[in-house]
Ligand binder design. Structure first.
Ligand code: SF4
Length: 424
């Protein structure tokens, strides 16, 4: 039986109308990749080449956050015990980037594992990604972010560049990062200095990220807002982005943590962030700043059951500093990672390795629930969107039906991301 054209459109409209209150909202951008999306409908999800690869330039980090996901597994043990830096070798990086681009990857997140800017060749890495025609973005703790480094990175045209701040005062920062009191002011100063350069260069999408726990006090929430205003104004609006997402513990003693300790409080926290931060900032700055408040992702953390999914693993891949792949990003590098699938250059290139039996089997184990997904995992929004699609189309469709279903998708009025090349 052929599906009515409107069935997929109905999902797109439903998610558009819910907006960021629905955890699936960020997953809506899958429709902006129609060639890949049709593979879902055809039942060929395992053949999808990831849009985004999150890559670790460094396993080493310059702080020791007590709730760092990679310290809650043993992924970081070797690097934390060692004074030498554990970095991605540049010859490996060069081969990898060429190979990913050839396979059809569209963007790279430079993230960790460890702290990306500890890699001395980070600007060169960014330039190489751009030279291969891919977009890139960076997550950094900002502790060693110098003006010179920021300038070089901005020259390589990041799609986004985000400093994780997570707090609006030194006390909360110290608890999260287990760092000296003055590190908070140092990161703020680095962010403002980099922001001024961003303002001069006209860079959009430079800003700060806040992962927030439900037990954060109202005073700490207000401090976050005021600190963000300080960064925006002192940097002449070079700092123009604030992202809010739920802080969770992904794994403890090799087990997924569900429910979370503050189960039942995340939705309320999202409302507080909206009322105390998002709305006042919009009133104050209008569209001169962007507030990315992942409201639906907060509410989603009130679940008391493990999320189903794993299909998003086809859209967002994770590779560690030695290019070892993992389906579950928070298990990357762990010695007992059941979602590990081996080297991303196995067989000579990313396309080959991605299509390998090992990668497919690892992803199948996640989808079948043999490997549990942690709360707020990297592709949760993608999974939530695909879940809606699968509910409506539980069986694979034929080519003709998919053609008909997606025939006029360009003309549909659903929310389109300005940066669909970043998934996750
Ligand atoms: S800054 Fe990030 S990578 Fe480093 S310890 Fe903290 S959470 Fe882990």
């Amino acid at each position: 039986m052929k599906p009515a054209k409107s069935e997929l459109y109905d999902i797109a409209r439903e998610v558009t109308e819910a907006g960021p209150d629905d955890v699936a909202f960020d997953g809506l951008r899958l429709l902006q990749h129609p060639e890949r999306f049709r593979q879902i409908l055809l039942g060929q999800e395992f053949d999808i080449v990831p849009v985004t690869v999150q890559l670790w330039p460094s396993l080493s980090c310059d702080v020791r956050c007590p709730t760092c996901p990679y310290r809650l597994t043993d992924a970081r043990k070797i690097a934390d015990d060692d004074k030498d830096l554990h970095l991605m070798p540049m010859d490996l990086f060069r081969r990898l980037v060429k190979s990913m681009a050839a396979a059809g990857v569209e963007s790279v997140f430079l993230t960790g594992g460890g702290e990306p800017i500890l890699h001395p060749a980070l600007p060169e890495m960014a330039e190489l990604i751009r030279a291969e025609g891919m977009a890139w973005g960076l997550f950094t703790n900002g502790i060693k972010l110098s003006e010179e480094l920021a300038d070089r990175l901005f020259q390589a045209e990041p799609g986004f560049f985000r400093v994780s701040l997570d707090a609006g005062n030194a006390n909360l920062y110290r608890k999260i990062y287990a760092a000296e009191r003055d590190v908070f002011e140092l990161v703020k100063a680095n962010t403002v200095a980099a922001g001024r350069i961003a303002a001069k260069r006209g860079v959009r999408w430079f800003g700060v990220g806040f992962a927030v726990m439900p037990n954060t006090s109202l005073k700490d929430i207000v401090d976050i807002r005021e600190t963000f205003c300080e960064l925006v104004e002192e940097s002449d609006f070079g700092v123009n982005l604030a992202s809010f997402r739920p802080r969770v513990i992904h794994h403890s003693k090799n087990k997924v943590v569900v429910p979370q300790r503050h189960n039942g409080m995340y939705h309320e926290l999202a409302k507080t962030i909206r009322e105390e931060i998002e709305y006042p900032l919009l009133e104050r700055y209008g569209d001169k700043v962007r507030i990315d408040h992942k409201f639906g992702n907060f509410s989603d953390c009130d679940r008391d059951e493990v999320a189903k999914g794993g299909w998003g693993g086809s859209w967002l891949a994770t590779l560690d500093h030695l290019a070892q792949g993992s389906i579950v990003s928070h298990l990357t590098g762990a010695s007992n990672n059941p979602s590990a699938w081996g080297s991303a250059l196995e067989g000579g290139g990313f396309g080959y390795a991605w299509n390998s039996k090992q990668r497919r089997e690892a992803q199948r184990r996640v989808i079948e629930g043999q490997i549990k997904l942690p709360m707020a995992n990297g592709f949760r929004s993608v999974d939530a969107f695909i879940e809606k699609v699968k509910r409506r189309f539980p069986e694979p469709l034929c080519e003709e039906a998919v053609d008909e279903l997606m025939e006029v998708i360009e003309s549909w009025d659903f929310y389109r991301s300005k940066r669909p090349e970043f998934v996750g």
